[in-house]
Design a protein around this ligand. Structure first.
Ligand code: NCD
Length: 438
């Protein structure tokens, strides 16, 4: 049984890889240096922007990018004005928009929405923020802002702070920073850390390790002096005493995020981490660039705006340029190609694994079956192909041999991906005609 085709477009920062980022930064730089050379690059093309959640920067910067390249834009800035409000399904809406435009940019409050949208059209779909899951073009903006400063991000230490659980920009950025070779210090607001499975997947993909590090300032932000550091293996300047937690002496950048109240997030006892001007005098932050996807709330004081380390407005200024580079790669690969993104499989909806456990998953809103995809180098994990949540699977069958095995057995690693068949229970497998082990 072949897996279904891959999804067209850009859905997750998980699709980035080094060659893509390298070529992407070069293209963005070219556009920044010679903007006039690209003025008519997308003449005659139509780009649709559909925003079913509030947006200022993201929508305007996508639209500015389209205009700067000579494309025309059709736009939905408020989903209450569309047929969605009349109960139209996302698939129907996507099919329709797809027949009017050459590329769609879509923002949606549900995790995995653009991957579903992609199934209904054969034009590229760009994720402009899907629920709490991802915001891959913001990550390109963030990485390009740092790339302009430093060239390589390799070995730089970047703190990521705030509502990691609900913030899609931080989640996407982790894929990007780890890929670019940065060391990442995680500073979640109390009670707002992301789920272990996500970080494990990033660690496994990037080959990084996770260590504890400490600094007194961390306590003011997260309630603990200790924080997790993700870094390349063998990099940490070792402490002489094995049980002493090493101290981080400097942050090269700190990425702050706001509390995502619209996703039900609450700050514990009013304590939400932010920067105080006094803290900017600490040697830890002496040369630390401050980034924020914006909008900011109290986590970045206005007094910081004039500080030479503040980069958030410059970051926002990079938005159109970065999106221009992406549009060119997707719509004019004849003249401005980019390396293909790593494919996101559209997954396999034939199974008995039940619904997606993630209450924010698009499959629950749209009443569609959850397709699974597989990942893992040492063990197989079955994920919702739309929202990346781990699906409950305890047994795995081989479609060709018709044998079923416990998920962690070595036999399962030997099954070719196209022959995998996950089950929650052994009985389900037996009922489907599989035989035990062997
Ligand atoms: C972010 C978003 O919408 O995820 N904003 C943006 O795109 N620049 C961050 C946020 O709203 O907190």
């Amino acid at each position: 049984m072949a897996l279904l085709p891959v999804l067209e477009g850009l859905h997750s920062a998980e699709s980035f890889h080094k060659a893509f980022l390298g070529a992407f930064f070069e293209r963005a730089r070219e556009i920044e240096t010679h903007p006039a050379s690209f003025e008519n690059a997308l003449q005659g093309r139509i780009i649709a922007t559909v925003f079913e959640e509030a947006s200022t920067r993201t929508r305007l910067s996508f639209e500015a990018a389209a205009h700067r390249l000579g494309a025309q834009v059709i736009s939905v800035a408020d989903s209450k004005s569309t047929s969605h409000a009349k109960g139209e399904s996302l698939l129907d809406a996507a099919r329709m928009v797809g027949s009017y435009a050459d590329l769609i940019v879509w923002r949606h409050p549900r995790d995995g929405a653009t991957r579903v949208i992609s199934q209904a059209t054969n034009i590229p779909v760009v994720n402009a923020g899907d629920g709490r899951l991802g915001h891959p073009t913001q990550t390109l903006v963030d990485l390009y802002t740092l790339h302009r400063e430093w060239g390589s991000l390799e070995g730089k230490t970047v703190g990521v702070m705030g509502d990691l659980r609900n913030g899609r920009t931080a989640r996407s950025l982790l894929w990007g920073l780890t890929l670019a070779g940065a060391r990442v210090v995680l500073l979640p607001a109390p009670g707002l850390d992301w789920e272990v499975g996500f970080e494990t997947r990033v660690l496994e993909r990037s080959g990084l390790r996770c260590r504890e590090v400490a600094h007194p300032l961390f306590k003011e932000w997260t309630g603990s002096e200790r924080a997790r550091l993700l870094e390349p293996k063998g990099l940490l300047q070792g402490s002489l005493f094995r049980d002493q937690v090493p101290r981080v002496d400097r942050l090269d950048a700190l990425y702050l995020t706001r509390l995502q109240v619209e996703r039900g997030a609450e700050a514990s006892k009013g304590a939400y981490p932010g920067i105080r001007m006094r803290q900017m005098k600490d040697p830890l932050l002496e040369e630390c660039l401050v980034l924020h996807p914006l909008p900011r709330l109290a986590e970045v004081p206005v007094e910081l705006d004039e500080d030479p380390r503040a980069r958030y407005f410059e970051q926002a200024r990079m938005g159109p340029l970065v999106r221009q580079a992406l549009f060119l790669g997707m719509l004019r690969p004849d003249s401005w190609p980019l390396p293909d993104l790593a494919p996101m499989p559209s997954g396999n909806p034939e199974h008995r694994l039940g619904p997606c456990p993630n209450k924010g998953c698009i499959t629950l809103q749209e009443g569609i079956r959850v397709p699974w995809r597989v990942c893992g180098r040492k063990n197989r994990h079955f994920l919702c192909a739309y929202c990346d949540s781990k699906l409950m699977a305890e047994y795995v069958g081989c479609h060709s041999s018709k044998r079923v095995h416990p998920i962690h057995s070595q036999e399962v690693m030997k099954i070719r991906p196209e022959n995998l068949c996950p089950f929650i229970s052994r009985d389900d497998a037996l009922q489907d005609g599989y035989q035990w082990g062997g």
